[in-house]
Design a protein. Structure first.
Lengths: 494, 318
């Protein structure tokens, strides 16, 4: 009997053109929380996909409870009591919570589905996870946080002893994260081993017992969390010293650029008043559901306001559609990059130029060599890592995709740019680069609004922070180096 | 250059093209009749119709939609043209213009329902397809209209310099125009944008309903062109013109590498896809096999083509 519940030894996985896993070792003890960290492309997800049987390793062995196992499919992994909660949850939105929990493990009476039993057991499961909810509700009707707990409940009904959580906090608020972590600790006490893949190193310190660090498809280091600092983690992940993202105090003009008066729309937000100065980086904080995205979607013309006025550079304007917003010099980088931000099967060049083709047209004909020159300019200026402007945007990393989208609006010469969760799912180093670009754009006189659920992000980058809760504006803060996220939370909940 | 050639073979359309050529060679060896001037010209003439209607379908597929009414629009417009010239005594050239405009209007009607009420294209065009077809039967009572003047039937029956059939010339001109439009105009790029990601298109200020309306109208126009050309070729209007065009139009586009999910594909591929389908049915009749086999072979070819494509995609995925 070894001390480990699970050992993955010398795992190799080759993809066309890249060695995704290069003789990786990974060990897990029962009753521990293991954080698996590394930059994008380090091989964390690939390794977990091998464990789950989604991918087959080229060589190497997996030992579970002292026995060599081979998982040919996620279902086989589940039967060996290994469950995964992927980042993009694998739930059926139009089915009930109860049915989703018991998918693949139907509760039956003879040959017939036993719906009563399904509901009762589902209710028990959710209560165990501290959720009081009717399990008959459709999954599509509950929040992302609850959906995640449903997904966790599903791994539990299979009796999983190992639970993998991939970026579990990416779309959670602070409260929801705390709720999740309470559950993680509870499961740990029951003797279950939990693997958390995450970019948030402060969460690693908060929740994990041990850390495994990967880089470029290789195992780098595994140790007890208490023996390693965040700086050391970053050092091992990047193989170089990365400066922590520092706050930079900026001078902002007194010229008021955007003024919003008495903005209201249905139940989304009520009587919002604020003003933003030219070249300012204006942060917008709040818990999920505070109405932040809804407010700025409305300002951008994606939805129509019920009442309120919008002043742009001193004159009142009305916006009914994104096309009108763009005509006024407003741009939006949306929250969901893949779903709303980019054209995945088109090239970098087209993603930048799609709304800028008028600039390179002569007699109605698009001049693609000119378009490519412009794209190349942005690739260089924004330090986008790519073989060329013809590369499809879907083949870039998240950080580089986001830069392409920034380039699109730079080229449009927008005067006001709204960034909604600009660094979601982007690794530490790329985050720093995005912050730098945002500051450069603001220094050029572009007024920038940053909506973010990461309080630390706003404290790093914003000149002022407006805090919303439940559709109302709760206050505006001038951040400084000593301010912590608790200060923002206090305003939000006050 | 050599690299470019190699890469084009790697695409679906490239592979389909090679299969097409190989098939013609096999049939040539077996019958000795494929590559004769007469057969080639007959072949090209009939292939042009499949390809033109395939163009119409390709445009809506690129947009992420589908149009099941292309066949009915072709039929209804061919009837409108025939009635105007034979019963109405309208100048046949003017009648062509009116019929084409009617096609655009019928397509736009699809567009209005799809955009303003946000209905699924499949359902809307399924309904209008039945509606348009029904109008043909009610209006003609199933009786063919004959007496189309020879001044215009030459467009369907004649050949440029006695070599290239006019329908093929029209098909090629249309192909060049559409390729240019898709590649070099904002409207064309917006089709790819809306088809590739409609919410992203909205955020960059593309008015997707405008793009959609334009595409459905254009698809109606091209469908009508195919229908009218068929009347000119037959010198009479039959109620069943274009009746079986809807599925082949999708087949031609998909064989040519156009994605049913929108955003990927183009006109060039559809030419190749349409050619392959026509080669299959033409070869079957040259070989003296029952034409019932046509559908079986086409079905198998489509399955093979899309499977190869899917396997290749899976392997190239990192």
């Amino acid at each position: 009997m070894t001390e480990y519940l699970l050992s993955m030894n010398q795992i190799v996985k080759q993809f066309p053109g890249t060695l995704a896993l290069d003789h990786v070792d990974f060990n897990l003890k029962a009753g521990e929380v293991m954080a698996l960290i590394g930059e994008n492309g380090a091989g964390k997800s690939t390794l977990m996909n091998v464990l789950m049987g989604i991918l087959q390793p080229d060589s190497g062995e997996i030992i579970l409870n002292g026995e060599k196992i081979e998982n040919k499919s996620p279902y086989e992994a589940l039967q060996k009591k290994i469950g995964m909660v992927p980042q993009e949850l694998n739930l059926v939105p139009e089915l009930s919570i109860a049915e989703n929990i018991f998918l693949g493990l139907h509760q039956k009476k003879g040959r017939r589905m036993d719906w009563r039993q399904t509901t009762v057991k589902a209710k028990e499961m959710m209560e165990k996870l501290e959720v009081d909810i009717d399990p008959g509700i459709k999954v599509s009707e509950v929040s992302a946080a609850y959906q995640q707990l449903v997904s966790i409940a599903r791994t539990l009904v299979f009796g999983s002893n190992i639970i993998i959580l991939d970026e579990p906090t990416a779309s959670l608020t602070l409260n929801e994260t705390e709720h999740l972590f309470r559950n993680v600790r509870k499961l740990k006490e029951e003797g279950k081993a939990i693997i958390i893949i995450t970019h948030h190193l402060d969460e690693v310190q908060e929740i994990s017992d041990r850390v495994t660090i990967m880089r470029d498809g290789k195992f780098v280091k595994a140790c007890d969390t208490k023996d390693i600092s965040i700086d050391e983690m970053i050092y091992h992940m990047a193989n170089q010293k990365v400066e922590k993202n520092q706050r930079v105090e900026r001078k902002v003009s007194d010229e008021i650029f955007l003024e919003v008066k008495n903005f209201s729309r249905g139940r989304e937000f009520k009587d919002i008043n604020f003003e933003v100065k030219k070249g300012e980086i204006y942060g917008v904080a709040g818990l999920v559901g505070a109405g932040r995205t809804e407010l700025f979607s409305c300002i951008y013309g994606l939805t129509q306001k019920d009442s309120g006025q919008l002043f742009f550079n001193g004159t009142e304007i009305t916006i009914h559609s994104p096309a009108e917003a763009i005509a006024h010099g407003i741009g939006l980088v949306p929250e969901e990059r893949r779903k709303q931000g980019m054209f995945p099967v088109l090239s970098i060049c087209e993603n930048i130029m799609m709304l800028n083709y008028d600039k390179v047209k002569s007699k109605g004909k698009i001049n693609f060599s000119k378009a490519k020159e412009i794209a190349d300019h942005h690739i260089e200026a924004l330090r986008i890592k790519t073989p060329g402007a013809d590369t499809l945007i879907k083949n870039l990393s998240g950080g580089n995709q986001q830069k392409v989208i920034l380039g699109r609006w730079m080229e449009k010469n927008v005067k006001l740019l709204i960034l909604d969760e600009p660094t979601r799912g982007i690794d530490v180093r790329a985050k720093g680069e995005i912050y730098k670009l945002v500051r450069e754009m603001a220094d050029m006189g572009i007024t920038i609004i940053v909506i973010s659920s990461e309080m630390d992000e706003l404290l790093t980058i914003a000149d002022r922070i407006m805090i919303m809760n439940a559709g109302s504006l709760k206050g505006v803060l001038m951040p400084d180096e000593d301010m912590a996220r608790e200060d923002l939370l206090k305003v939000a909940l006050n | 250059m050599k690299n470019k050639l190699l890469n084009s073979i790697k695409t679906t359309a490239g592979a389909v093209f090679i299969v097409t050529i190989l098939m013609t060679i096999v049939v040539q060896i077996l019958t000795g009749h494929f590559y004769t001037a007469y057969n080639l010209s007959t072949f090209i003439r009939s292939a042009s119709f499949t390809i033109i209607i395939g163009f119409a379908q390709t445009l809506v597929l690129l947009l992420g939609g589908i149009d099941l009414s292309v066949a009915s629009i072709a039929g209804l417009c061919s009837m409108i043209f025939a009635m105007l010239t034979t019963v109405g005594g309208v100048n046949p050239f003017l009648a062509i213009v009116i019929a084409l405009a009617a096609g655009a209007v019928l397509g736009a009607i699809n567009g209005i329902f799809i955009c303003s009420l946000n209905l699924t294209p499949f359902i809307v065009t399924l309904a209008t397809s039945a509606l348009y077809k029904g109008i043909i039967y009610v209006a003609t009572k199933g009786i063919p209209l004959t007496g189309i003047p020879a001044s215009v039937t030459v467009i369907g029956q004649g050949s440029l310099f006695g070599v290239v059939p006019y329908p093929a010339v029209i098909m090629l001109v249309l192909a060049v125009v559409l390729m240019y439009m898709l590649r070099y105009t904002s409207f064309g790029r917006h089709i790819y944008a809306v088809g590739g990601n409609e919410s992203a298109a909205r955020i960059v200020g593309i008015q997707s309903s405008k793009t959609k309306m334009g595409v459905y109208a254009l698809t109606g126009f091209i469908s009508s062109l195919a229908g009218v050309l068929m009347v000119l070729r037959l010198a009479s209007s039959q109620v069943n013109i274009g009746e079986n065009w809807a599925m082949p139009s999708i087949t031609a586009a998909v064989l040519g590498g156009t994605s049913m999910n929108g955003g990927i594909g183009g006109i060039g591929g559809t030419i190749i896809g349409g050619l392959l389908m026509s080669v299959i049915s033409f070869s079957i009749s040259l070989l003296g096999i029952s034409s019932y086999w046509d559908q079986i072979v086409t079905g198998i070819v489509v399955l093979i083509a899309v499977s190869i494509d899917a396997i290749r995609r899976r392997n190239s995925k990192a």
